[in-house]
Unconditional design. Structure first.
Length: 143
C-alpha cells in the first residue's frame, strides 16, 4: 500500500480542511487573509505587537546608552553607510561596541602585527581584537 501526501510545505494548517471527493481525500486550502475580518484582526495584532516592541525598546535604549557611556569613552552611537535595495546607500545608526576610531586602531594594529593580516582577510575578525573596549579590562585581569 502506498501513500501519497501533497506538497503543502509553506501552507498554514489552520486554513486547510479535509474534503471527500468521491472517496478520495482532498484538502481545501483557504486563504483567510482574503476575507476582511481576518485581515483586520491581523492588522490589529501587528499594531499591538509593534507598540509593545516600541515601548520595550524605548525603555531599554537609555540603559544600553548609559552602559556604553560608563564602559568606554566616546560616542554612544556609531553611524555606518550600508547598501540597501538596488544598491542604494543609507546611513545605519548602531550602538557603538568598539573603541573610538576603530578603523584607525585596526589599521595600525595590523601594521604592527602583519602575521594577523591573513586572519583578518580570511575571517574579517581577530581572536584578540584591539577594537574591543572590554579587551583592555580583560587583559588587566589576566596574570
Amino acid at each position: 500500500m502506498s501513500s501519497t501526501s501533497p506538497a503543502l510545505f509553506g501552507f498554514a494548517s489552520l486554513g486547510v480542511l479535509p474534503r471527500d471527493f468521491g472517496g478520495i481525500l482532498g484538502l481545501e486550502v483557504r486563504q483567510q487573509l482574503l476575507r476582511s475580518s481576518p485581515k483586520i484582526a491581523k492588522a490589529i495584532v501587528d499594531a499591538i505587537v509593534a507598540a509593545v516592541a516600541l515601548v520595550v525598546s524605548a525603555l531599554l535604549i537609555p540603559f544600553i546608552a548609559l552602559f556604553i557611556k560608563l564602559d568606554s569613552k566616546g560616542p554612544v552611537f556609531y553611524r555606518q553607510t550600508r547598501y540597501g535595495k538596488d544598491g542604494k546607500p543609507f546611513k545605519a545608526w548602531k550602538f557603538r561596541t568598539m573603541v573610538e576610531n576603530a578603523d584607525v586602531v585596526l589599521k595600525e594594529y595590523l601594521a604592527r602585527h602583519p602575521e594577523l593580516k591573513e586572519e583578518w582577510d580570511r575571517d574579517q575578525k581577530l581572536r584578540d581584537d584591539p577594537r574591543d573596549p572590554r579587551r583592555q579590562v580583560l587583559k588587566k585581569d589576566k596574570p
